[in-house]
Design a protein around this ligand. Sequence first.
Ligand SMILES: NC(=O)c1ccc[n+]([C@@H]2O[C@H](COP(=O)([O-])OP(=O)(O)OC[C@H]3O[C@@H](n4cnc5c(N)ncnc54)[C@H](OP(=O)(O)O)[C@@H]3O)[C@@H](O)[C@H]2O)c1
Length: 296
Amino acid sequence: MSEQGKPTVTVLGLGRMGTPIAAAFLSAGYSTTVWNRTPEKADALVAQGAIRAVTVAEAVAASPLVIVPLLDYNAVRQALEPATTALPGRVLVNLANGAPEQARELAAWAAGHGADYLDGAMMALPQTVATPEGFFLYSGSRKAFVTYRTELEVMAASHYFGVDPGLAEIHDLALLGTGYAALTGFLHAAAVLDAVGTTPAEFAPLAARWLNGIAQFLPELAREAGSGRYEGGVSTVDLNRVGVDNLIHISRANGIDTGVHEPLKALLDRRSADGHGKDSFSSVFELLRPQDAPQR
Ligand SMILES: NC(=O)c1ccc[n+]([C@@H]2O[C@H](COP(=O)([O-])OP(=O)(O)OC[C@H]3O[C@@H](n4cnc5c(N)ncnc54)[C@H](OP(=O)(O)O)[C@@H]3O)[C@@H](O)[C@H]2O)c1
């Protein structure tokens, strides 16, 4: 039984993310039903007090709130298809990574089976579930988000974007894109430094310090990109062309692949050739936007 006033919760999928999610609900005093395709993965949670469901239908029937941290949207559909009779009246919170249209499609499918749908994206690692470092994004049913906000906050701090179920996924992918660029930049730099005798482990703290500093630069970039006004910036296109050229030079000199920075060099070169060399670095935004976007 959950502690007084707490709804029961079901977690479908006990992979790297599902396991700490189920553990967080147990720690927070929720009666937690779990299901996993490979049943043994539930054993440790059952030993901690989770209720094992043998079928997905049994798991869905057990709780009004069904959290689904499965691998992808195909896995979600495959798992839920045999359990559609249990779906009416349930709130499905799908946490699998996917594309916005997959979220909209799944929301429509869930509605067709009488379930309310929240799409979620986990900006967390397994070890940061239920810690201040992790946060989850949501979109879809506002009613479901408001009703179960307390339960969602057991997993991570929650950000709700609106009723379009695709909004969480597009924000998730945008944040992944931001992270991939930074992390690929780090790995490239680590390869350069490794070639000259500084190990990746030695470089990591320095890079972390630099990335923290760079994050402070985001509001200025956002202000410029949002307004389309790029004059007077301290870090111009031409200044950064030199920096990126030098970066490509030291990569070549040390036998390191230059593929990470060539696209940026091409953008800066185009911007400069178009007569915008004195504009702020952020003005590459103008080349990244759809070319038929309205002038600002
Ligand atoms: N790992 C991370 O750091 C991280 C961080 C943020 C977001 N995510 C996202 O979270 C989601 C889950 O990732 P994860 O790392 O937890 O993955 P994972 O450890 O590989 O676990 C995948 C889960 O999906 C199940 N599954 C896969 N295909 C299935 C199918 N056809 N039918 C039923 N169950 C199926 C697996 O069951 P079995 O145990 O039977 O294989 C397992 O429970 C992904 O969308 C991922 O992108 C992951």
